[in-house]
Design a protein around this ligand. Sequence first.
Ligand SMILES: NC(=O)c1ccc[n+]([C@@H]2O[C@H](COP(=O)([O-])OP(=O)(O)OC[C@H]3O[C@@H](n4cnc5c(N)ncnc54)[C@H](O)[C@@H]3O)[C@@H](O)[C@H]2O)c1
Ligand SMILES: [Zn+2]
Length: 659
Amino acid sequence: MSEIKTYEEYIQLVEEIIEHDKRYYVFNNPVISDYEYDQLYKKLEKTEKEHPDWIVDYSPTQRVGHKVESGLAVKSHEVRMLSLDNTYSKSELENFITRMQKDSSRSFTFVLEPKVDGAAVSLTYEKGMLTEAVTRGDGYQGEDVLHNIKTVKTLPLYIEHKDKIVVRGEVFLSKDNFDKINKRREKDGMPLFANPRNAAAGTMKLLNPEIASERSLDIYIYALDVGRVNAEHYKDLQFLKTIGIKVNPMIEHVSSQDEIFEYINLIEKKRQKLDYEIDGVVIKVNEYNVREELGSTNKSPRWAVAYKYPAEHARTKLLRVSFQVGRTGIVTPVGIFEPVKVAGSTVSRATLHNEDEIKRLGIKIGDNVFIEKSGDVIPKVTSVIKDERKGDEKDIKFPDTCPVCGSAVLKDEVDVYYKCANPDCPARLKASIVHFAGRNAMDIKGLGEKIVDRFVDLGLLDSIADIYDLKSEDLQELEGFGAKSAENLIKAIAKSKSKPFSKVLFGLGLPNVGVRTAEILAEKFGDMDTMMKAERKDFEEIEDIGPVIADGLFRALRNAKITHLVEKLRKAGLNFTYRRVRESDLLKGNTFLITGSLSRPRKQFEELIKKNGGRVLSGVSSNLDYLICGESPGSKLDKAKELDINIIDEKEFMSMLGE
Ligand SMILES: NC(=O)c1ccc[n+]([C@@H]2O[C@H](COP(=O)([O-])OP(=O)(O)OC[C@H]3O[C@@H](n4cnc5c(N)ncnc54)[C@H](O)[C@@H]3O)[C@@H](O)[C@H]2O)c1
Ligand SMILES: [Zn+2]
């Protein structure tokens, strides 16, 4: 899209950006790069400046983030959580700083902070206890993610500071962890996270804290919003450190523009060596009274700005294309390039997605191309250097036959995909067994890709259910398989039988059913039989499941292959019923007491507390951490109020358990 000339074009741009916002903030699955997004956004800002009378109140410039839609409990922010103005240009940054200086009546200093690429969260400590963790959401209200935040090992659940404080920080994943998560997702045939930020945001919003715990989220706190102890931001950060809260060690306090630019250059050099991803530097006014004077817009403070580092490009050559067959039989073209260094790592492979993408790029084998990689984002081909062609470049042709089983490859007209026509293609079987045994599903240690390959080729596994018929004696006869490793594998397989229904459901590999959807489905239907008997509309009613996904699920559950598989797995003793009660350490170290009537007998809640590591006290005392308050509470409530004990309702309590 070029220059915006009409109101219609303006509205179109607004809607385009809203669509990207939704993909980014709600589904954590953007389709364009941040750079491309920021260019569209700048165009919108420019248009609105030229035509202020056009501005609609739902324009992305008028609000932060996106409305909360995840199914987690919603909580309000005491201090609004804003976004940041950003720029990729040093001269624009200079202008921004000059404007701040002009608009304030006092002189001021700057705090410089790495812009860690993760997701923002607001944390509340009361009487030293971590009591709330809420995502940014739309700035006014966010999602309650305390259950996952409690898995962050570097975050104290308790501090030696009894006044209430609200701090804000960035939850992130290390580069290593991000890579691991995506490698696993690739193996499981799940869509990859585009960047560490989307992965961190997605992880924070999971219902089940076990997965978050496995992914090892980390956090840096960068603001003290309530309960300030100094008149300056930098001093407050130092204070937070003294009470055990993790603040980024690279944050600096400076007073001149030169120092700002030095810092930007310095951090750019350090960037690749850091074990987490950053996408820029945040420049903030240090003195709170100057911040107040400068104020903020609907969307971002006027006293802070982010300078963003541009994505890195590199030139390379497409050597050949290999075709991979996944769990659903879809044949995916993967470009093999001359190895090239970009954004700190060597790139030699990048997915070309599908035929449409190949057409869009006009790419041929032998072409010189530019690939883009911004930090840990999956590399992608951005353009083809067509005027360097010599004439011997070759068109990319999808194979007529499956590279694995030799069956015909057919084009699916609806989905622009090529698929191996053989429903029993060993590539599909192998990929689905690997998925089933994967970490997020049945987590069978020792049943990885290599072993599955071998077992399928040897005829030991003909279907997922055959896993449960494997015998130690059969395995011991295999080359390189000692008695010990055979025993271990058999044990791991037996152990997997106790995995909850949602994991089994995810393992089945139903179309579009990721970890999260599996949890939602398990909870909603309660057991497999009810789900298999459900109507199309029952699926459509579920939030996050559109009519297309609903239809796919409905049909898959009537597929004889799936019903047979479920029968066999049921015989093997797998779980096909949802159990609400989970056992965990989530409440460890916390004490509770109940007053008033709750939705279920008090006994059940007391059991829940104990099962999850908490303790039930016999009366209100200063040792009490939480009073769970139901309908028509007794005198305990008054006493708890007197002692300033945390009073929560049933819903808040359940959300502590990740429900
Ligand atoms: N690719 C897409 O489709 C798409 C869609 C929407 C948004 N986006 C990206 O997201 C951006 C907008 O997101 P945003 O509103 O979160 O803004 P932002 O990411 O540009 O800046 C604000 C955020 O920076 C983070 N941050 C990290 N370190 C910080 C620090 N030291 N101090 C303060 N904040 C710090 C916080 O999470 C804060 O919420 C866009 O500019 C674009 O790059 C991309
Ligand atoms: Zn095949």
